[in-house]
Ligand binder design. Structure first.
Ligand SMILES: Cc1cc2nc3c(=O)[nH]c(=O)nc-3n(C[C@H](O)[C@H](O)[C@H](O)COP(=O)(O)OP(=O)(O)OC[C@H]3O[C@@H](n4cnc5c(N)ncnc54)[C@H](O)[C@@H]3O)c2cc1C
Length: 407
């Protein structure tokens, strides 16, 4: 084994939202006195999903663990100024609890209804609306082909994702976490445990535990320790456009077609700025990036016209008059088994902690995942919110935790 340059109790591979949340939670835990090193290959985060995200948070999931994670997440985001202040300077993330509005026709109505019951049972503030109630609350909405909608009255909305990442990172550093620019080449294992993290420059950091928070690169990195995870990089677009008409109280709307939109920032001279897109409806429609970083500028405007603008203008007739703006592409680290995150110790390599496959909801899950992994690393199990449903075991045994509400 080449000379070990240094050692740390925990090495976190990837320092965006998830890696920085884990680092912060570890350093902030009064029971942890060790050293944390975060290895991040690109401190500009240019291609990181955390920087390219739509940065929204919802409670409207179909599995209890995801609802609980987001209930914790919204509480954390509401208190972020106090929790992540450094030297009396409180971060702001412009949290706007505008709600999500999921819409359904006849076919989707039973799913929305069942989801809403589960969400309410878990304590999420989600209302169920028939078409008349939808029209009353959102007069600008075309409800003629709708059977129902579910709306997050509180606890859902959007925020500044870049500010969240920077707040985690700044707070972690203030608590003694070391950020190192470098690219992790592989995990060095001995006897079924990670003993060091090797960088592409050949240097090694010996460690007691390692965290894989490398986003779309998670599968390759886990593979160097002999751990298989079905995580792929999938391309997603975000388009912006302005609309002159006022859409009072417009939430993050998800149409029956999968097209979605939400307001962004305050109304200006050009009208209200919106962002929106559409998730490919079948996995076959997904575009896979293999071993390459996405090009942020690689945007398909035909996709906007066909899959976003047309369905949204049907749902919100005022959108017939929109003016398209800028757009970008970003990567989802998609879990191929069930579109849910893989969180916790790797089966077969128990001191390698996985935080991968967030499938489009990692930013909102970063507070709960950071806290959960910290508990697992320090105590060998979860102490507050049990994240075992997201564990690696379901991957190894092929038991998916199906999530019905994907965007
Ligand atoms: C278009 C889009 C919209 C989204 N909208 C939402 C949303 O509304 N709400 C939500 O919650 N989530 C959303 N997401 C998902 C969310 O952004 C991600 O799940 C989350 O940011 C994942 O964070 P991460 O830290 O795991 O990964 P990333 O942000 O991708 O960060 C991974 C980091 O690891 C580093 N890295 C990779 N390999 C190595 C290596 N070998 N060595 C060292 N460093 C390495 C990278 O440089 C990067 O900084 C969206 C994503 C996209 C693309």
């Amino acid at each position: 084994m080449p000379p070990v340059s240094e050692s740390a109790d925990v090495v976190v591979c990837g320092g965006a939202a998830i890696g920085s949340s884990v680092a912060y939670h570890l350093a902030a835990d009064p029971g942890f006195k060790g050293k944390v090193v975060v290895v991040e290959k690109d401190p500009t985060y240019r291609y990181a999903a955390s920087a390219l995200s739509a940065a929204s948070i919802r409670q409207q999931y179909s599995s209890a663990v995801n609802i609980r994670i987001s209930l914790y997440g919204i509480g954390f985001l509401r208190q972020i100024g106090a929790l992540l202040a450094v030297d009396g300077e409180a971060p702001t993330i412009d949290l706007h609890e505008g709600g999500y509005l999921y819409l359904a026709g006849e076919a989707g109505a039973p799913i929305l209804s069942a989801n809403q019951k589960l969400q309410a049972q878990e304590g999420a503030d989600i209302a169920f609306y028939d078409p008349a109630a939808l029209k009353q609350r959102f007069p600008w909405l075309n409800v003629e082909d709708l059977s129902c909608g579910t709306f997050g009255v509180s606890g859902e909305g959007w925020f500044d994702g870049w500010a969240l990442l920077q707040a985690f990172r700044k707070k972690a550093r203030s608590l003694g976490v070391e950020y190192r620019q470098g690219e992790v080449a592989r995990y060095v294992t001995e006897g079924g445990r990670v003993v060091a993290v090797e960088l592409t420059d050949g240097s090694r950091i010996a460690c007691g535990a390692a965290v894989n928070a490398s986003g779309t690169h998670g599968a390759r990195l886990a593979g160097t320790a002999g751990v298989a995870i079905p995580v792929k990089s999938m391309k997603r677009y975000v388009f912006s456009f302005t609309c002159k008409s006022e859409l009072e109280g417009c939430p993050l709307l998800i149409d029956t077609t999968g097209a979605w939109c939400r307001a962004e920032g305050k109304r200006g001279a050009e009208g209200q700025l919106f962002i929106g897109s559409c998730s490919p409806l079948t996995p076959e429609q997904d575009i896979e990036w293999v071993e390459t970083d996405p090009t942020v500028e690689d945007v398909d405007w035909d996709f906007f016209e066909e899959a976003v603008w047309v369905p949204l203008a049907h749902r919100i007739p005022a959108f017939e008059q929109i003016k398209p703006g800028r757009a970008w592409a970003g990567p989802y680290d998609m879990c191929g088994l069930d579109h849910n995150a893989i969180v916790g110790p790797a089966i077969g390599v128990p001191n390698l902690y996985l935080a991968n496959g967030f499938s489009g909801h990692g930013l909102q899950q970063s507070p709960a995942v950071g806290r959960g992994l910290t508990e697992h690393i320090l105590h060998g199990g979860y102490r507050t919110l049990d994240l075992a449903d997201l564990g690696h075991e379901r991957i190894v045994t092929g038991r998916p935790l199906k999530e019905a509400n994907i965007i």
